[in-house]
Design a protein around this ligand. Structure first.
Ligand code: DGL
Length: 265
């Protein structure tokens, strides 16, 4: 077995990490992936950090048991709670969503006023503050948007209710004159339309999903784990919840990307 064999394990509390999974497949079509969504216990963002840590490690253990060659924590809340532990616990590389997104935001801002929208757990952990702490001339404005996850988990990405809530959540960031907004929850790229509509084109949106996929490519490449040869790669989707439900909502949110969903326990 060569060290480029084995799937990339991608983990999220539910459907949000599918945005990362799709970016990973777009950027690394030759890689096998196995995706695990802990939908039975989602949302994570409203839970305490110790609780998120416990659930996330349980799920990551399952992925490691399946022989993954790398882990992608495709969830800001879980990355906030567990990243350091995961890097100590597993022998495979662990990629997160927070640092890559923070790095990109610093590159694209012109006025140094960066916003991050995220879950309550991520806001509470201050993980984006930590990621940007050493960067001079940057002001970070954090706004938790807990209800956004509920909309996505229900498969809703538009409509007057969502638009009204988006206005309420984003207004303080408009007042703060941010020019860059980190979508600090992997569910939020699915709400890019409404977020962009409310903020306008003068605010650049940074998707933690795309940045995480780029970081995954770089990590695998540096470690000699990247699969370069063109091949028919496999995709496996697992849920701790109901597979039909995951297939239904995941399929609606991501088109034909989600198929053959299995249950993990
Ligand atoms: N997608 C997750 C994140 O990036 C969490 C959503 C949730 O379960 O609350 O934070």
């Amino acid at each position: 077995m060569s060290n480029t064999d084995g799937p990339i394990g991608i983990f999220d509390s539910g459907f949000g990490g599918l945005t990362v999974a799709r970016s990973v497949v777009d950027q690394m079509p030759n890689e096998d992936i196995v995706y695990l969504g802990d939908t039975a216990r989602a949302p994570y963002g409203t839970k305490s950090l110790p609780e998120v840590r416990e659930y996330a490690l349980e799920c990551l253990d399952r992925l490691v048991d399946r022989g993954v060659k790398a882990l992608v924590i495709a969830c800001n809340s879980a990355s906030s709670a567990v990243l350091r532990d995961a890097r100590e616990r597993y022998s495979v590389p662990v990629v997160d969503v927070i640092l890559p997104a923070a790095r990109r935001a610093v590159r694209v801002t012109n006025n140094g006023r960066i916003g991050v929208i995220c879950t309550t757990a991520t806001a509470y952990s201050r993980s984006y503050d930590d990621a940007l702490a050493a960067v001079p001339d940057v002001e970070l404005y954090t706004t938790p948007c807990p209800l956004f996850v509920d909309f996505v988990e229900a498969g809703v990405t538009g409509g007057p209710d969502l638009e009204g809530i988006a206005h309420d959540y984003l207004e303080p960031l408009v007042m703060a004159k941010i020019d860059t907004l980190i979508l600090g929850c992997t569910h939020y790229p699915l709400l890019t339309g409404v977020i962009n509509y409310v903020l306008g084109d003068s605010v650049t949106l940074v998707s933690s999903a795309d940045e995480c996929a780029k970081s995954t490519w770089a990590t695998l490449n540096e470690l000699g784990l990247l699969n370069h040869s063109p091949r028919e790669a496999t995709r496996e989707f697992l849920t701790t919840g109901n597979p039909e439900n995951f297939q239904g909502i995941g399929g609606r949110l991501m088109g034909g990307f989600v198929r053959d969903v299995g249950a993990i326990w």
